[in-house]
Structure formats: C-alpha cells, structure tokens
Design a protein around this ligand. Structure first.
Ligand SMILES: Cc1ncc(COP(=O)(O)O)c(C=O)c1O
Length: 522
C-alpha cells in the first residue's frame, strides 16, 4: 500500500473511532442520565434533536477529555450539528498531555493537639481546601470584575416610577418585569401594609399545617376566576411552582415534551421529575408532532412558555392545543410573562388567542412580574389542584407565601381589572419603542411583546453597550451564555406602561449613541 493511501486510511480510521466513541458516550448519557429509551443515532442525527442540555454537554465533554485526552470547548460543541461535525472538531484538536489540573494540596491546620498525636497509617493525607474547587470555578466572574465589566446585581436604593437609583446613579429602568408599573401603585402598597399590620411579617408555617390565612384563600379563589379555571394553588416562588408542579405531575414512566427555549425553572422541574425530556425545535409544530408520535403509549406532559422570556415571542398555542388533544397529552403553559401583557384585558394567553376554558390543563404563573409581588401559582381543574395540594413537595414542605405578598397580588389583580388603560398604555409604549429601535437599525429578534432583546453580536459588545448605557443613565440588562446560546448574546430590555414618550425618547437616544459607538448600528 502506498504511504498516501495508508495515511488517508489512518485518517479515516481515526475519525470513525472518534465517531464511535462519541456515539457510545451520547448513548450512555441518554440511557443513564436522561433515562431515554435506546434510540438509533447516526452520524447525521442532529444533536439538538437528542435533547442534550448543558449538563449533558458538560458530562459528554468530561468523558471525551478523559478517554481521548482532547479538551473541547463546550461553547463550540453547542454550535456543532451532529456527530460527524463533532468528530471532525475533536480530530482537529491537539492531544493535551497535562492531566486536568490536580487539586492543589493545601495543608490543613488541624491545631496543636493533632500534632501531638501519634500518626496512624489510617489518618488520611491532607486534602484540598474544601472551598478551593468553587473558587476555581469563579475564574470567569473574577476576570470580568477585574476588567470593570461586571454589571450584575447592581444595588438599587431608590425607586420612583420608571426611575431608580442603582449603584448610586439615577437611571431609567429598562430591565424590570413590572410591565404595568404596579410595584409602586398605591393599592398594592396599601394592601401589603394592611396585611403586615394585621398578620405580622411572616407566617405560622406550611400551608397544610398552620400557614393558611383568609388572604391565601382569597387569592386562590381570585386566581381561579381570573384564569377561567375551577381552582388554583399558590406557591412561595415561581421557580418552586415549576419544580414542584412538573415533578409531581409526571414520573419516570411518563414523557415530558418541551420547547427548546423553555425557561430554566421548567427544565429543572423536568429533571427533578425523572421523566425523560424530549425537546422540540422552538415553536416548530412539526417537531412537536414528531415528539408526540415518539412518546405515543406513555402518559405525556407538554410544557411551554406562553411568552419566551429571553426573546419575547409567543407560543403558537392553538396548534399546540390541537396536537395535545390529538395525542391525549396534558398541556402546561407558563404564563410568567403573559399575565397583564397578553389579551385585550391582560388576562393572558387564553384571552389573546380566544381558546376555550379547558384547553390548557395546567396554567402556571408567577406573582413576581406584572403582579408586583413574589410567588407563583397553578390554576386548573379542581381534581388536579387538589392532587398538587396534597402531593407537591414544594408546597407541602415549604412555608406559606407571606401574607404581605399574598395581599399585594390580590390588589394587583384588582388594579388590572379596574384600570384597563394600563394594558392599553403598555401596548402604545411598546409600539413606539419597537418602531424607534427598528428605525435606528437594531436587531430585535422575533419579539412581539414588552420583552425586547437587542441583539449584540458578541459578548464584548454586549458588555460595552451595557457600560455605555448605564453611564448615560439607562438601566439595561446584559444576557450572555449560558442564559442564551453563545452566538446570540443581547441586551434584554423591558418596556412598561410607566414609560411614556419622554422616557422612550430618552432610552432611544442613549441606545442610539451606544449602538453607534460600539459599531452595532451605523
Ligand atoms: C418564564 C418564567 N417562568 C418562571 C420563572 C420563575 O419565577 P420567579 O422569578 O417568580 O421565581 C421566571 C422568572 O424569571 C420566568 O421567566
């Protein structure tokens, strides 16, 4: 055999073995971690279709590093489409000779009395400082802080309508979820004040034991009516609501099918449930239909966001309902960003699309956004709510929602119904703001709601834009990997009914200046 042919054969062999290795590791992950049944995976099967999330990617990355001494970049791995591309990428990487950084052995000060003791062979060798591992993982945060580009957790000390004082600077708030401006509404503030005067600041324990008050009952009855449902149950946070509800409704014998852009709290609820999670392509009904066919024969929960929290687009609810009905799947919709926002009177996605009362089985929502409070809820059929009340661990084993927050949410629901002009004003402001951004040449993705992303090309531009805006008095929020894919960083801006024309004009002026300075727009 001539050397050239031999070389190409060696190249081919090495690629095939890399592919086999990747396939073996993916199958092991799907079987053991994601608990999915055996599936046929070819070199061309799209990785996205397999539903491997960030943790899955991290464990695959780790296994590959261990087995072939290559150190792939996880962000690049996300961009690759299938096993063939992944194998080619791995083959292109140099072999790393150093093993993963060994833990630095820091002697532990065991105190004088230990030194005096006889050293027995069973005494373990000094181990790494228990916290050092975490500090190593803080590397990225420390680096960003050192560059003066850390824009997270700014400290807010004043709040006055759409304006705040953050880190000592007065800014126009363009990153808040209070879509209808109810945080400072006299009725929500008075209701909270009255509840605290009456009940004190906390509660007497978990709801099933001593934590239920007449305010909790009132809020649940009001939410049930508001959401056109038979019953409702409130939890102490929106995140806990998703965790507790999903993990209680399904188990390892079921399937969960979710949109690939679903909120992290939904994904975490799926993981906790131990039911295999099949993701479908974002808002793609053919992809959902295929997943439902795959899940045929097992009890299935389909779960979607009503409004996608990083992009602001709306789920194609009528088509999802139709597919769920055809496949007898339970449907859960997270209305965190649709309450007070969608529908003529702000009652959410059911009103927006005009679908029937029973079409969404599990209507989940948060109290922490439009409703100017904290907490979460599920509204649905009475049987389902009764089941959650007595089986959802995040409800049973957690203290009640505080009465102050309960009262604020009741008042907020009343305000939305009594002041319909707020929802109208929100739409007017959104239209004016979006139009302004598009005229300036910004890319706002696929939004049609008050969550307005401004796509920023790369992480450095995102942080630069944030800095320039904040320096000019505009509070915007940077969103980078892993909250969004590494190739889609953005500023996430949120418009509210409080942003009148002068505020929107100010925001557009600051964004235009920053956009031109960073080269994002011309
Ligand atoms: C879509 C979605 N669901 C659930 C949650 C969690 O809600 P909470 O912040 O009230 O815990 C959020 C929070 O941002 C969200 O955006």
């Amino acid at each position: 055999m001539n050397p050239a042919a031999n070389a190409s054969l060696v190249g081919f062999e090495s690629k095939r073995s890399t592919r086999d290795l990747i396939r073996k590791n993916i199958l092991a992950y799907l079987r053991e971690e994601a608990r999915l049944p055996n599936q046929e995976i070819t070199d061309e099967t799209p990785l996205a279709q397999l539903g491997i999330d960030s943790l899955g990617m991290a464990s695959l990355n780790f296994a590959l590093e261990k087995e072939i001494s290559k150190r792939p970049n996880q962000e690049i791995m996300y961009e690759l489409e299938n096993i063939k591309q992944l194998a080619e990428y791995l083959d292109s990487l140099p072999v790393v000779t150093d093993s993963p950084t060994p833990p630095s052995v820091t002697p532990v000060n065991l105190g004088p009395s230990i030194e005096a003791q006889e050293v027995s062979p069973q005494v373990p060798a000094p181990v790494e400082d228990k916290i050092a591992h975490y500090e190593r993982l803080n590397g990225r945060v420390r680096a960003v802080k050192a560059m003066g580009l850390y824009f997270f957790e700014p400290e807010i000390t004043e709040h006055d309508g759409p304006w705040v004082v953050a880190d000592g600077k007065r800014m126009l708030m363009l990153g808040s979820y209070e879509y209808l401006g109810l945080l400072g509404h006299p009725r929500t503030k008075q209701a909270t004040h009255d509840a605290v005067q009456h009940f004190g600041t906390g509660h007497h324990g978990a709801r099933l034991l001593a934590g239920t008050t007449n305010l909790h009952r009132q809020l649940e009855a009001k939410l049930a009516k508001w959401m056109h449902s038979q019953d409702a149950i409130v939890f102490s946070s929106g995140y806990v609501t998703n965790l507790a509800t999903i993990s209680t409704l399904v188990d390892h014998n079921c399937f969960i099918i979710g949109d690939e852009w679903n909120h992290a709290s939904i994904v975490d609820g799926c993981r906790l449930s131990k039911a295999p999670l099949l993701t479908f392509k974002h808002n793609d009904m053919n992809s959902l239909a295929e997943r439902l066919r795959q899940a045929e024969g097992r009890r299935t929960l389909v779960v979607v966001d009503a409004v996608f929290s990083m992009d602001g687009d709306i789920v194609n609810l009528p088509a999802v309902i139709d597919l769920c009905k055809r496949h007898n799947a339970l449907l859960m919709v997270d209305e965190a960003h649709s309450l007070g926002v969608l529908g003529k009177t702000g009652h959410g996605i059911q009103e927006h699309f005009g679908v029937a009362d029973g079409d969404i089985d599990v209507k989940m929502g948060t109290l922490s956004k439009t409703l100017a409070s904290s907490g979460g809820f599920v509204a649905g059929r009475e049987e389902l709510v009764t089941y959650l009340r007595h089986h959802a661990r995040g409800y049973i084993f957690s203290g009640a929602l505080s009465t102050g927050h309960t009262a604020a949410a009741i008042a907020a629901l009343d305000v939305i119904d009594n002041e319909p002009e707020l929802v109208v004003q929100l739409r007017v402001n959104l239209f004016y703001y979006l139009k302004g951004l598009l005229e300036l040449g910004f890319d706002t993705g696929c939004t049609v709601t008050p969550i307005v992303p401004i796509m920023t090309r790369d992480e450095a531009t995102t942080l630069d834009m944030t800095r320039l805006c904040r320096e000019a008095g505009l509070f915007v929020v940077p969103v980078v990997f892993p909250a969004v894919p590494s190739n889609a960083p953005r500023l996430r801006t949120c418009i509210s009914s409080l942003h009148g024309k002068p505020e929107v004009d100010f925001a557009l002026e600051v964004l235009a200046k920053a956009g031109k300075q960073t080269g994002l727009i011309k």
